[in-house]
Design a protein around this ligand. Structure first.
Ligand SMILES: [Zn+2]
Length: 216
């Protein structure tokens, strides 16, 4: 493990199972992780917000080893409002459509925007690693080719002065493989929030709930 800011990692963190697994994985491999969370009008915004804070607190609690570490958070939280997507998807407030087919769930351009911001964020802080918890998925912006090309383009855009690499520890994994790894890492799975709805309990019917139920 290298030391200093260059070893730090930026993790795109929604508060769902995949990104929480990614965050726990990154915490094991880096001295400090920046958890980057976006609000963009998603219906489950409040539930996600609650999950990311509870998960961050849980993770930081695991790495506190003595009084000197009180002010040294393992994972710092950075929340940004990104209201550019409009009601382009059923998972956004005002969006139309059911929430069971993949085309109802796509937010066009989401990972392109999030990755661009994560790379800029990393470069500003001298961190050299960006993590995304993309697993096997039908979303076009979770496909290996797109992610490889984005990483190449963003790397070219930053130039040799700010080398940043994209790490995709869950790429190609199924929901079950991700869940098994999450349990190995000690992720508090029940604290994560996957449901696209914003109710007090998961709806049990949306694509995320069905996917999650098939594994748990
Ligand atoms: Zn649901």
């Amino acid at each position: 493990m290298a030391s200093g800011a260059a070893d730090d990692a930026v993790v795109l963190f929604s508060g769902g199972l995949d990104s929480a697994t990614c965050l726990w994985h990154a915490a094991q491999n880096h001295l400090h992780v920046y958890a980057l969370h976006f609000t963009y009008g998603q219906k489950n915004m409040n539930k996600e917000g609650m999950a990311v804070r509870l998960l961050q607190r849980d993770l930081n609690g695991r790495y506190l080893v003595g009084p000197d570490d009180r002010f040294q958070e393992k994972a710092s939280m950075h929340v940004y409002a990104m209201p550019i997507f409009g009601a382009t998807s059923a998972i956004l407030s005002g969006g139309k459509g059911k929430m069971d087919k993949v085309q109802d769930l796509i937010v066009p351009g989401r990972n392109a925007v999030f990755l661009s911001i994560a790379y800029a964020f990393a470069a500003q802080r001298g961190a050299r690693h960006v993590y995304l918890g993309a697993k096997r998925s039908q979303f076009p912006d979770c496909q290996p080719k797109f992610l490889a090309l984005m990483a190449e383009a963003l790397g070219l855009g930053l130039g040799a002065w700010s080398p940043v690499d994209l790490k995709l520890p869950l790429l190609g994994w199924s929901r079950q493989q991700t869940l098994d790894y999450a349990r190995t890492l000690g992720v508090p799975v029940a604290t994560t929030w996957s449901c696209y709805e914003g109710g007090t309990v998961p709806c049990g019917e949306c694509g995320a709930c069905l996917d999650r139920a098939s594994a748990i």
